[in-house]
Design a protein around this ligand. Structure first.
Ligand code: GLY
Length: 380
């Protein structure tokens, strides 16, 4: 295992160097913007007035912090700080915020605080966690995803990735209330989102007064009852991050159940289709789901005993090698790192088509490679 891990880290060092070289170039143009999808080789920001609240806006600053952590180049930290300050306009606009607060402020403010000890970043992250906690429905025992009256009872699987900022806030403040909200939402996800085979529903509608399940929605997957691969990856990594903070064996067990399902469905080529139960073949791939799952598997490997960890670690490596060998774009004609990311099974949004680089695919690929290079602290 020791020789194996030396080999893995030598490989990861080479891949990291290529990422760094590429980002030295793309950061010249992207600066402190909020890229989310690359079309015709060029990363775009959302072209709407409300582009600042888009859930993906933490990923580019997150990549800048990953670079800074590895090479100490202050320019990257300054760009990331500038992105973080721009997001203040959203943090102070209550009605623009939804449950994706964790995605936005973990990779900006929590990252900045962990790396630089900035009190302003700590304060932003605690405010973000407080707003997220305020979305908790105590009768239904879930965190509400969106704001309109019609969404009062809606919760989605992606939210599992928003829970770490709550656990972090409890750790920081010594106030258990944030962790209670995270624990209860995670328990609801185990009860009502996770199926006996370990796979996850995407979106559930609860009676907001009682928590009784009213409807199971297909969300970004093919249909209710199918399995959107990125949703599986959010749950795999989200549950694992929860258990990293809480030490709760139920959260780790839930992460392992999704992981087993994920591995069982990708072992042929290690990069999933948009939906594991896609009826259309050949299915469109989603490289972002693969990258998220890979970091999640590395996280699970770090929490289980020596007789189990090899399976998770090797599956993560298989995914990362498959991505590196067949899905990366290293030349300057493409700003994205990972090709073939997909937004949703049914393509309804022309500014976010399928089969393109996505900033979150790039972020999680780099997080995984940084981890193999020996970085164990996470921004989550
Ligand atoms: N809604 C977040 C995602 O597309 O994964």
């Amino acid at each position: 295992m020791q020789t194996e891990s030396k080999k893995d880290s030598a490989w990861a060092t080479t891949v990291w160097a290529r990422c760094e070289q590429k980002l030295a170039r793309t950061s010249q143009r992207l600066q402190d913007s909020f890229p989310f999808v690359s079309l015709d080789g060029t990363y775009r920001q959302r072209e709407t007035e409300s582009y600042l609240c888009w859930w993906t806006n933490g990923f580019w600053p997150g990549m800048l912090w990953l670079l800074y952590r590895q090479n100490g180049v202050e320019d990257y930290a300054n760009l990331a700080r500038s992105c973080e300050s721009k997001l203040d306009a959203v943090l102070h606009s209550y009605s623009s915020l939804d449950h994706d607060i964790g995605f936005l402020w973990s990779l900006t403010s929590v990252a900045a605080y962990k790396l630089t000890g900035s009190p302003a970043s700590r304060s932003r992250a605690l405010l973000a966690a407080s707003v997220l906690a305020s979305r908790y429905n105590a009768d239904g025992r879930f965190i509400r995803a969106w704001n309109s009256q019609a969404h009062a009872g809606k919760a989605i699987v992606d939210c599992l990735m928003n829970l770490p900022i709550l656990y972090w806030a409890s750790e920081q403040t010594g106030d258990p209330r944030f962790a209670v909200v995270a624990r209860e939402h995670a328990a609801t996800a185990m009860r009502h989102f996770q199926r006996p085979d370990g796979s996850m529903n995407h979106a559930m509608v609860f009676d907001p007064s009682t928590g009784v399940v009213l409807e199971n929605l297909g969300g970004q997957g093919f249909a209710a009852g199918s399995s959107w691969s990125r949703g599986q990856a959010w749950a795999l990594y989200g549950f694992a991050l929860c258990s990293r903070y809480s030490g709760n064996p139920d959260e780790l067990a839930a992460a392992k159940r999704v992981a087993h399902y994920f591995i069982a469905n990708i072992w042929q080529d290690w990069v999933p289709a948009i939906d594991f139960r896609s009826p259309v073949l050949p299915a469109t791939k989603d490289s972002s789901a693969a990258a998220i799952a890979a970091v999640g598997l590395l996280e699970i490997a770090s929490q289980v005993g020596e007789h189990e960890q090899g399976m998770y670690h090797r599956a993560a490596l298989q995914i990362l090698h498959a991505l590196n060998d067949h899905y990366t774009a290293w030349d300057s004609s493409e700003e994205g790192l990972l090709l073939h990311g997909s937004h949703a099974y049914f393509q309804t949004n022309p500014v976010n088509p399928n089969d393109t680089p996505l900033i979150y695919g790039d972020y999680f690929f780099m997080e995984a490679i940084a981890r193999l290079c020996g970085q164990t602290e996470l921004f989550w």
